[in-house]
Ligand binder design. Structure first.
Ligand code: CTP
Ligand code: MG
Length: 235
């Protein structure tokens, strides 16, 4: 990294169990082509010249398996692997603790998005360079989205043109993200992304272009779709 440039680290959260995928191991360690999901995600940050360090958050007891993945990729940027918590937010919090003081920006990425590209990481870094408190790669929504009450009664139909579907990596100035977690406290447990915590703390979060191929592997069907997309890329 050139002297004087602001350092960027990535926190890859891979500590979920993958209940909806229902595999015989944690989702991040399920194979996609010749890699695991976490390896594919890790590789994207390892190869990006703007990122200088990576922290990986894995299920308790899977730290050694992550070390094997790191050795296999010769991923020299991975500074630490730490066990995650019971919620995504708790896992991010544990990863963030291992990002050194002095690192300017943090990119938080879900291992469940193994098809993340250099272009998406670039778009997030550009948003951060412009001074946002949070940068979210996102897509326009194609479905009409309704908010419903507990019994399924529609409360409201949201204006589709105003909606975006959020992806990762989401980027933040490190101090902004640390403060958002400190402010949220136990409330963070229900958050499904990091940007929502920064929004609640009053930060200015912007959406930039995501990638339709940067899908989140949640179900078996997603895993098949990801494998097809990966095969198309290799052609
Ligand atoms: N995650 C995590 N720690 C948790 C829960 C989730 O690190 N306690 C991570 C997952 O590993 C994943 C990302 O957060 O990379 C997004 O979560 P999700 O797609 O919901 O994965 P899982 O929680 O593993 O899946 P499920 O909800 O189906 O159990
Ligand atoms: Mg989950």
């Amino acid at each position: 990294m050139p002297e004087g440039e602001l350092e960027v680290w990535s926190v890859i959260v891979a500590a979920g169990s993958g209940e909806r995928l229902d595999a015989d191991r944690p989702k991040a360690f399920v194979r996609l082509g010749n890699r695991t999901l976490v390896a594919a995600s890790l590789e994207a940050f390892e190869e990006h010249p703007g990122v200088s360090g990576v922290v990986c958050v894995v299920p308790e007891g899977w730290e050694d398996r992550l070390s094997a993945v790191v050795d296999d990729l010769a991923a020299g940027k991975v500074a630490a692997a730490v066990a995650g918590g019971s919620s995504r937010a708790e896992s991010v919090r544990r990863g963030l603790e291992l990002v050194p003081e002095g690192v300017a920006f943090v990119l938080v990425h879900d291992a469940a998005r193994p098809l993340v590209t250099t272009a998406v990481i670039d778009a997030v870094l550009i948003g951060l360079a412009e001074g946002a408190d949070g940068v979210v790669p996102s897509l326009a929504v194609t479905d009409t989205v309704k908010r419903v009450g507990g019994d399924g009664t529609v409360v409201e139909t949201l204006h589709r043109a105003d909606l975006r579907a959020a992806q990762t990596p989401q980027g933040f100035p490190a101090g902004v993200l640390r403060r958002a977690f400190a402010t949220a406290g136990a409330d963070a447990a229900v958050a499904t992304d990091c940007a929502s915590l920064v929004e609640r703390a009053g930060g200015r979060v912007i959406c930039v272009a995501g990638d339709p191929q940067n899908i989140k592997v949640t179900t078996r069907a997603d895993l098949h779709r990801a494998a097809e997309l990966l095969a198309d890329r290799a052609d």
